[in-house]
Design a protein around this ligand. Sequence first.
Ligand SMILES: [Zn+2]
Length: 321
Amino acid sequence: MSNSSLVDVVIKSPNCDSPRNDTIQGITIHHMADVLTVEECGESFANPERKASSNYGIDSDGKVGLYVDEADRPWTSGNAENDNKTITIEVSNSEAGGEWPVSDTAYDKLIDLCVDICQRNNIKELNYTGDLSGNLYIHKMFQATSCPGPFLESRMPDIANKVNERLGSQENGEQGISVDYQVQLNEGKRWLPVVRNQNDYAGLVGMEIIGIAIKVSKGYAQYRVHDADGWYGMIDTRNTNIDDFQNGYAGNNKPIDALEIYYYTPDEIINNTGYKKAVYRVSPVNGEYFDWQHDNETGNGQDGYAGAFGMPLDRVQIVIE
Ligand SMILES: [Zn+2]
């Protein structure tokens, strides 16, 4: 798991849990309730007695501080579940009190950082609902605090809009290709419910997978799996019959340890928005996710497939983008 390349200053805080116990699904915004540089904020979080931290800080000059690696859970929101599944950001105020404003420079950098976090963690869009049903949060949702102050709180919908424009989520909404997939567990040979895109993952933590079935809404993909006996032949997503043991899904009643997917983009989509790829990742039983893979590409840390031979899988996530 990576950190943002926007970071200017690194001051690690001991106030965290390593590693985080959930996948990164959103962002939680805070204000410093003070006018601080990222160095000053970092020095405060470096004090173990403070028992507080955040992943990132942004100051009024737009400098970004890294205090807790994204792989770890910061102590920011007074809520372990939230801090395990989001990246937390502390933004300096440009003046103390009143509406607790932040500078334009800090605000712009906050948008940049949110976009970067979403892109690297494959978060398709930020959704601010004002409650816990979205994936963009503010501190006061979790504790009796006014954090992040009236200025930032009133701008949360604007932050989500600006980030989503940059992520191109509206374009994806119109041109989007959805992928539906499900897995079969070794235990009881039962199939779990279908999952769409990265709304969830397919699998149960700790349970070996012996079958994977995939279908896409436009174009088609081919996929294959690996187990102790090696790689099997390619399955075509246009065959969606999981009762067809030969060609309807990938797997041969043995724990699967690797998955390869290749997406074939239809001409109309190539002409409109260019080639799309299968983007997917898996985790070994009771382990952390391995890196995202793009089709069967190698290089840039990609293996051409997701998984590690000899380590059965328990979770799968797939999107087409
Ligand atoms: Zn806060």
